[in-house]
Design a protein around this ligand. Structure first.
Ligand code: PEP
Ligand code: MG
Length: 955
């Protein structure tokens, strides 16, 4: 049987930091810290595999686990010299969750477990501190009752029933803080708590420590499936199968008096990335007080001058340095000081904003504290988009300041500027966000507010510090966030937020700056981020932007590691230029139909479409009766004239467009996809028939039109589109080929640089389709090259976007120099779900029925659609080993899908211009993840050698 319980502590540690999957992040961190000599209170970790077994076993503990737990408790008793439930020197424990990826505040924790009416008296006698003993006991009852016995507040605006009892006691004495309550008050609070438990559950509060422990372990496992944990996992795509570990750790006490305390800290600032000790602590308190945001803690630097704690501060500064060196990344750690002795309770790689990520990665790599591989592997590619997020528009902001609209300054906790309607509850934030941006304001947030936080553009809280729930969660979500704005008063009942003599009502505009902590009345315009100013608007010099320098360092580092090329989907020169500024190396998809809508050219397109069918009819008759050529020409005189005329008018327009793209891209490859959508999409909608039915039924036109509209299912696009257009109307492909070659030749002549056109034929399913289109392209190329008296290199390939193409890839590759996976259509056709209509039921499939883990049109269905891609890759390479393979569906900008493409060894991914930075990082991250483990790494001789490998692959 696999080992289920792992001890940790000085000299007894059984696990290590590499066992995250088994021990969870917390368990692995504790084991590693203990091994590396940090002062960790001893304990044990019950593995994530037990959690999986617990759920497989209908939420029952696996047989024999209790005995193993007892054995481990005995080991801790021996190590500490304390006894669990003992009458002389009782061992108390903390029971905490710890998943593979941290899920801050989503699961449950219980402290001070092991206390009962007897042990509390021993604790009092031993510590000579009755206040401390009763305070610990009341905390334990309160936590245990909430987590294990489910005695909780009724709704989000109600108070916790236990907090009500505490508040009454404080009010009676006129106290502000719980730590002012004397021993006798705590004793009476405990009695009231126990009475409440009896009333609510019909049973007395459990006093047997082993029973308490069993309940707590079960509750932590059960909390893996609570609503907020499920919601969090969905948002961050954490698989349900992972489960959580449970950590049982001997207690140390931060609430022993003024020489005790507790805190959380980051080795660097996780909001800005500054190399400064960042954190906070509370004197005479336990860990949960800091995270819950109930008391506003002090800055960590204040500990240097706090009586009894000065030496601990010095020790903490050493710990800070030591942790970064040992763990090779910024650490987010928890500590407790018991009677001036420092204990480490947890460490993990600190979550950080994208802003902090680039700075920390650049600085720590330069300081040789972090490996370049880790800098890339620890990136959150999606978060890179945050760097492109807006800031307040300078003038609009100054106007607000001059008008005295600054309400207050809280703590900056999630950078960026947000403006929106003020909402006080998660429910309103969620509802109102469908109409426009919302800023959620709460006195303090709890995990129940997660939905509202997800929906809001920004979050502001009156209480709590930079590591409170609101701050931690907002940072991770990339939300603008201000916490601890203690001057504001949020009145849930009247719906008014007040600060001194100023106020804002719910529903009115509020603006917040999560980089400075400012909270302002009204709407303030936002301005583009510095990266946009440097790269796109060119209104800022690169050297003037620190953010740009750091971003650039990381992007260049990413480029060293990635194997995938990065291209963009662009059809306008401006889009192409933006994409190149973000690092695109070519165009992976130019949808030529997008060029058809500009200006009055749509009229020529419509003219072409309206006469296309008759023109095709003429041609077909001519093929059957060549002797009647003159007769037929007369008969079809009008359609021939219009159809040809329309194409002639379109030719120079298309040529001009292509020239624009070639100019923008220089010698970078430009993949031009020939006309793809069904032709009806270019035509106006028919109103007449709707009017007629409305008249017959005697109801208003809008009534019928609305119904027709709502019942309309878009054509799933299985009709006359893609290369099928060019097969039936070869003149269209000919016109596009001519425009493309003329443009390429013109640009080559002007710029002395040869564009690299790649012609891409859409929706191919049959080898013959591609062959027929290829004939046109090659013939036109020859004609145009002859006319220009020069040649150009070009490639012709196809999209793989219907299952038959994937299956027949071996044959199709005979005629294709490249494949590009059109995964939008490939998903649509493989799943038999229209990409236009699936939105009606896909959310249900994903969120309610759990049939799909994520939207397959956003994140590749790797085992289904991905399987077809694998078949196509194999088939293509079999016929043409050097075939170039890319992806240009929306999945080309999705990090998980990019990782899959990296695994298939594709040549490139292509995505929209603003996703290019995300794709660069995602490609590098997947390459680093796929690198051999350190021992095998030596085989790769040098970075130089690696570069050569990459260059060869990219070709
Ligand atoms: C695709 O199908 O993935 C694709 C890129 O083409 P389009 O979205 O234009 O159909
Ligand atoms: Mg397509």
């Amino acid at each position: 049987m696999a080992k289920r319980v792992y001890l940790f502590g000085k000299g007894i540690t059984e696990g290590n930091g590499g066992q995250r999957n088994l021990l969870g992040g917390k368990g692995a961190g504790l084991a590693e810290m203990a091994k590396r000599g940090f002062n960790v209170p001893p304990g044990f970790t019950i593995t994530t595999e037990v959690c999986t077994a617990y759920y497989a076993n209908k939420r029952k503990m696996p047989a024999g686990l209790n005995e193993e737990v007892k054995k481990s408790v005995a080991a801790i008793e021996k190590h500490t010299g304390k006894q669990f439930g003992g009458h002389k020197n009782p061992l108390l424990v903390a029971v905490r969750s710890g998943a593979r990826e941290s899920m801050p505040g989503m699961m449950d924790t219980i402290l001070n477990l092991g206390l009962n009416d007897t042990t509390v008296e021993v604790l009092k006698a031993k510590s000579n501190n009755g206040r401390f003993a009763y305070d610990s006991y009341r905390r334990f009852i309160q936590m245990y009752s909430g987590v294990v016995l489910h005695i909780e507040r009724a709704n989000e605006n109600e108070h916790d029933p236990f907090e009500i009892i505490i508040s009454e006691a404080k009010n009676k004495r006129g106290f502000k803080h719980d730590n002012q309550l004397p021993e006798e008050d705590l004793k009476s609070i405990i009695e009231k708590f126990k009475k409440l438990v009896l009333e609510k559950t019909g049973k007395p509060f459990p006093s047997d420590p082993y029973k308490q422990l069993e309940g707590a372990i079960g509750a932590v496992f059960a909390s893996w499936m609570n609503d907020r944990a499920i919601l969090y996992r969905r948002k961050y795509k954490i698989p349900e199968e992972w489960g959580t570990a449970v950590n049982v750790q001997s207690m140390v006490f931060g609430n022993m008096g003024d020489s005790s305390g507790t805190g959380v800290a980051f080795t660097r600032n996780p909001a800005t990335g500054e190399n400064e000790f960042y954190g906070e602590f509370l004197v005479n308190a336990q860990g949960e007080d800091v995270v819950a945001g109930i008391r506003t803690p002090l800055k960590i630097s204040a500990m240097a001058t706090t009586p009894h704690l000065e030496n601990c501060y010095k020790e903490l500064c050493d710990v800070r340095k030591h942790l970064e060196k040992e763990f090779g990344d910024v650490q987010d750690f928890e500590f407790t000081i018991e009677n001036s002795k420092l204990y480490m309770l947890q460490t993990r790689n600190g979550k950080r904003t994208a802003r902090a990520y680039v700075k920390i990665a650049r600085d720590m790599v330069n300081q040789k504290l972090m490996t370049p591989e880790h800098a890339i592997e620890s990136a959150d590619p999606e978060a890179i988009e945050q760097l492109l997020a807006p800031v307040f528009h300078k003038e609009s902001y100054q106007k607000a300041i001059n008008a005295n609209l600054l309400l207050t300054k809280g703590l900056p906790a999630g950078p960026g500027a947000a403006t929106g309607t003020l909402a006080f509850t998660a429910e309103k934030a969620e509802r109102w966000s469908t109409h426009g941006p919302v800023v959620l304001a709460r006195v303090e947030t709890s995990p129940e507010d997660l939905r509202g936080m997800l929906a809001a553009k920004g979050i502001v809280t009156a209480k709590g510090g930079v590591s409170s729930h609101a701050a931690v969660v907002a940072r991770q979500m990339g939300k603008v966030c201000v916490v601890g704005a203690s001057e504001i008063d949020i009145n849930y009942n009247t719906g008014v937020l007040t600060c001194g003599d100023k106020s804002i009502k719910e529903g009115e505009f509020i603006s917040i700056n999560g980089s400075t902590g400012e909270v302002l009345i009204g709407k303030i315009d936002t301005a583009p981020s510095e990266l946009i100013q440097v790269l796109i608007d060119k209104t800022m010099a690169p050297k003037d932007s620190e953010l740009f320098t750091e971003y650039d360092f990381i992007m260049k580092l990413a480029d060293k590691y990635r194997k995938l090329g990065i291209r963009t989907n662009a059809d306008q020169p401006e889009q192409a230029i933006n994409a190149v500024a973000f690092g695109a190396e070519g165009i992976g998809l130019c949808r030529t139909e997008h060029m058809f809508f500009k200006g009055d050219r749509i009229d020529y397109v419509r003219e072409m479409i309206i006469f296309a069918a008759e023109y095709a009819e003429y041609k077909s008759k001519l093929a059957q009766r060549p002797g009647d050529a003159v007769l037929l020409e007369n008969e079809y005189h009008i359609p021939i004239m219009h159809f040809k005329d329309a194409l002639e008018k379109l030719l120079p327009i298309q040529q001009e467009d292509f020239e624009g793209l070639f100019n923008a891209m220089g010698e970078r490859p430009v993949t031009v996809r020939y006309l793809d959508p069904p032709l009806h999409e270019f035509l106006p909608q028919n109103k007449d028939q709707i009017e007629e039915l409305a008249r017959k039924l005697n109801v208003p036109f809008e009534r019928v039109s609305q119904t027709v509209h709502s019942l309309h299912e878009s054509n799933p696009m299985l009709g006359h589109r893609g290369c099928r257009l060019g097969i039936v109307y070869p003149e269209i492909s000919e016109m596009q080929s001519r425009a493309l070659f003329r443009a390429a030749l013109a640009v080559a002549a002007r710029n002395k640089k040869s564009p690299k056109p790649e012609i891409m034929i859409p929706l191919v399913g049959f080898e013959r389709e591609l062959e027929l289109q290829l004939e046109i392209v090659d013939r036109v190329a020859k004609e145009e090259f002859a006319a220009a008296k020069r040649t150009l290199e070009y490639k012709v390939g196809t999209m793989i976007e219907i299952p038959r193409a994937a299956i027949m890839a071996e044959q199709i590759a005979k005629h294709a120099q490249f494949f590009s996976f059109g995964t939008n259509d490939l998903t649509q056709t493989t799943l038999g779900m229209s990409r236009d209509d699936a939105g009606h039921f896909l959310p249900f499939y994903e969120k309610e029925a759990g049939i799909v883990k994520s939207n397959p049109f956003a994140t590749l269905d790797q085992i289904g659609v991905g399987k077809l891609m694998e078949i196509a890759v194999q088939g293509g390479r079999k016929t043409r080993p050097d075939i170039k393979l890319g992806i240009c569906g929306e999945h080309g900008g999705d990090p998980a899908s990019i990782e899959f493409c990296n695994g298939l060894n594709l040549s490139y991914v292509s995505c929209s211009p603003f996703r290019v930075p995300v794709a660069r990082i995602a490609a590098a991250k997947s390459a680093v993840k796929a690198m051999p483990p350190p021992a095998e790494k030596k085989a790769v001789k040098s970075v130089k050698a690696k570069k050569v490998v990459r260059k060869v692959r990219k070709k």
